[in-house]
Design a protein around this ligand. Sequence first.
Ligand SMILES: O=C[C@H](O)[C@H](O)[C@H](O)COP(=O)(O)O
Length: 226
Amino acid sequence: MNAKKTAAEKAVEYIKDGMTVGLGTGSTAYWAIRRIGERVQEGLNIRAIATSRASEELAVELGIAMMSSSEAVELDLTIDGADEVDRSWSLIKGGGGALLREKIVASISKQLIIIVDESKVKERLGGFALPVEVIPFGYEITMRQLSATGCTPVLRMLEGKPYWTDNGNYIVDCDYGDILHPSQLAIRINAIPGVVDNGLFVGMAGQVIVGYGDGTVKQLERRGSE
Ligand SMILES: O=C[C@H](O)[C@H](O)[C@H](O)COP(=O)(O)O
């Protein structure tokens, strides 16, 4: 069974006619967009905004009506994946480089539903190196400053060149080991001038749906807050 697909399809059940919807990015969000496309073909009437060019292209191809960012004041629901989620629903996102648009869209969503397969659920964040979006100018300086926050920063590369985000920036993947206080770390990272944003999403998820290899899906129970 495809655990990502089952989690995604469960989340799409929360979409009702007339809603405005944020479309996430990545291999799990892909299945949600596909399912939304099917429901649109069946008559569901929604308007959506995507968190990456790739998701936007897919949505348009599937006939989903898109809205511009000037129209998107508040969204009813956003469905997105994550690289890691802990028991208090703090997240690491940005493995696919879309963290900035994802955070902007999540910030105007009344509800953010996170969809993951069971391998992404962790007791502590940090097994996945934290993606940080940085501006290209002075990135070596920014990387040294990131290093001083306690991580090993690595510039993300693609085909021998720095990876470019949809926003024309770089991604630095920062390995911190166990992240004990995600919200404090997020503030420290974002205080560095060359940093645009980081992939820690704390207090943003409203629901986490986990897909399992046996075909079942469960809501992740929330234990405490960060
Ligand atoms: O930048 C990408 C996003 O944050 C993704 O939602 C995240 O990396 C999870 O992607 P996937 O569902 O492909 O594991």
